[in-house]
Design a protein around this ligand. Structure first.
Ligand SMILES: NC(=O)c1ccc[n+]([C@@H]2O[C@H](COP(=O)([O-])OP(=O)(O)OC[C@H]3O[C@@H](n4cnc5c(N)ncnc54)[C@H](O)[C@@H]3O)[C@@H](O)[C@H]2O)c1
Ligand SMILES: O=CCCC(=O)O
Length: 520
């Protein structure tokens, strides 16, 4: 589904081993080729340490969310005291790391990229265990995640300054870009590796040091990356990874701590707003990659078969649990019936729900009960207001408590919750439209603006709609936009800052100007 597919980025052999649907998590862990990747303690100042109060939390497999074999591991729950130690060690490390050359940091990042390739199969299995996505998607995520290290390895030696002519004949203005300092990184569970590498790659390329809190649902992938960073030769203190069950306490600390100069967060808009208010006391530089409500528009001149494929990829990737997943599917009234029937037919012929490590699985479970509740409430609200279930519509408790059928709803309108809120689950709501003006206005009728998609064969329409949609990223005639070269980020309440791409460097640097006088 990703343009950075495993086949064209990472050459590691796809050595999938099939598991029975109900194999315990520990059996899968014990099958990993590189057991050193399995880490359950925090990584501070180059050392693996338990939490200062010895507390731990459970990491569970969402595909087996009840019964034997569910628990994957007990992981140290690092306290705010541990975080302060990590922040101080990152500050100590920064004094040397900021002086290293871009070429040196490029080599470190390239080492890490290669190590991820070598361990791609094991890293993918860890992702399946803790996130639930199918193995092929997890394998693709490792490729996608590692591509940020490759990308930023290539950017690290190219963090250029500038020379600006002065108004004074005897002066010149020199502009340099310097690393901002210690960065706090807070990431979600839906891409346990890629949301970290997209931030860590840019930070390390510029000479920043980092303190990383992975989501408590998916700390094992993050700790495996910390181990690989150690192997890649990152100096002690330059990368610290601290799992914790105290998200609110750690978030507040990171925002209020004066040593941390930047916080980068990926997650929901509500938590983003809270972090922004907590950061006001230190005027912290922030990057916010927040929630979306992506429109997907099929115009009457679209190639319908391609639009169906694009919609399936964009809506149901990771069972609808990505921030750029389609949330509202607008279809022109003249092709609505044909599109709806082709979409439901293709889904019913190709989808197999199940454990991500089982043979043939195309879609895995939701992450937890909170997500299931949102999916159920959106379906129930929409059907109570007149929407029709065209496909799916039910839980699949026979597979596990977190499984839900891929669902298509017809006749969705603006009054329904699903139109106005991000479902973050496998429900595609179809909405009919008549004119370009109407659909652009409907698509923009939301407080958030992360991604948008549309299919049209008319080049004039392509430019017009691309200009009119209020989003940070657009897929025109494609439902797959993610790659390291893309400036990733949103507008409106989807946040600010751009990750990946050449712009990704900007958020981790500050501009310093030197007026050089007396040059006559
Ligand atoms: N824009 C993006 O790139 C992107 C990527 C993934 C997810 N998301 C958004 O995230 C949401 C789904 O994920 P979620 O429900 O787990 O989001 P969430 O905001 O609840 O959690 C995201 C992360 O923030 C942490 N967190 C929770 N409360 C916190 C607090 N008070 N202080 C600091 N950290 C805190 C969580 O532990 C987790 O690691 C969706 O809205 C989705 O669009 C956005
Ligand atoms: O969910 C957020 C990130 C999705 C992506 O990078 O493709």
């Amino acid at each position: 589904m990703l343009r950075n597919s495993a086949s064209n980025i990472v050459k590691a052999t796809y050595t999938r081993r099939l598991y029975s649907t109900y194999d315990s998590s520990s059996k899968v862990l014990s099958s990993l080729k590189n057991k050193d990747l399995i880490r359950t303690q925090g990584y501070i100042n180059g050392q693996w340490v338990a939490s200062s109060d010895n507390s731990t939390f459970e990491v569970n497999n969402p595909a087996l969310a009840s019964g034997a074999g569910t628990k994957i591991a007990d992981v140290s729950s690092m306290t705010t005291k541990d975080y302060v130690r990590a922040i101080n060690s990152a500050q100590d490390a920064f004094s040397d790391f900021k002086k290293t050359t871009g070429r040196y940091r490029s080599d470190l990042l390239m080492n890490l990229y290669r190590l991820m390739q070598e361990n791609q199969d094991d890293l993918a299995k860890l992702i399946v265990l803790e996130n639930g996505k199918p193995y092929a998607d997890a394998f693709g995520e490792v490729a996608y995640a590692s591509s940020f290290f490759q990308w930023f390895a290539e950017e690290a030696p190219r963090v250029y300054g500038d020379i600006i002519p002065s108004a004074l004949a005897d002066s010149k203005i020199l502009v340099m870009r310097q690393p901002i300092g210690v960065c706090g990184i807070l990431t979600p569970w839906n891409f346990p590796a890629a949301m970290i590498t997209r931030k860590l790659g840019a930070a390390a390329a510029t000479g920043c040091t980092t303190v990383i809190k992975p989501a408590s649902e998916t700390p094992l992938s993050a700790l495996a990356l910390a181990y690989l960073a150690e192997q890649a030769g990152f100096p002690k203190g330059s990368v610290n990874v601290l799992p914790s069950s105290d998200a609110a306490g750690v978030g507040k600390l990171m925002c209020e701590n004066p040593t941390i100069k930047k916080v980068s967060f990926t997650g929901s808009t509500n938590v983003g707003k809270l972090l922004m208010s907590q950061s006001s006391s230190t005027l912290k530089k922030l990057s916010m990659e927040l929630g979306g409500n992506s429109p997907f528009i099929v115009f009457n001149d679209a190639d319908i078969d391609k639009a169906v494929d694009g919609a399936i990829g964009s809506k149901f990737r990771s069972s609808g649990q990505t921030c750029i997943c389609t949330n509202r599917l607008f279809v022109h009234e003249s092709i609505y019936d044909e599109f709806a029937s082709k979409l439901t037919k293709k889904l019913s012929e190709t989808v197999k729900l199940g454990n991500g490590l089982a043979d043939g699985t195309t879609h895995g479970p939701l992450i937890h009960g909170k997500s299931m509740n949102k999916v159920r409430s959106h379906i129930e609200d929409a059907t109570s207001k007149g929407a029709k279930v065209l496909l799916g519509g039910n839980k699949r408790e026979d597979l596990g408590v977190n499984f839900h059928e891929l669902t298509v709803l017809g006749g969705v309108t603006q009054e329904m919750d699903i139109f106005n809120e991000e479902t973050f689950g496998p429900v595609a709501p179809l909405i009919k439209f008549k004119s370009d003006e109407e659909v652009i206005s409907l698509a923009n009728d939301t407080d958030v603006g992360l991604a948008g998609y549309f299919y049209s064969s008319n080049i004039n329409r392509v430019f017009k709609v691309a200009e009119e949609l209020q989003v940070g990223m657009i897929g025109a005639n494609t439902g797959a936009i993610s790659e390291s070269a893309l400036p990733f980020g949103g507008v409106k309440e989807s946040g600010f800052g751009r990750e990946g791409s050449k712009y990704g460097i900007d958020d981790y640097t500050v501009v310093k100007s030197v007026v050089l006088g007396g040059l006559d």
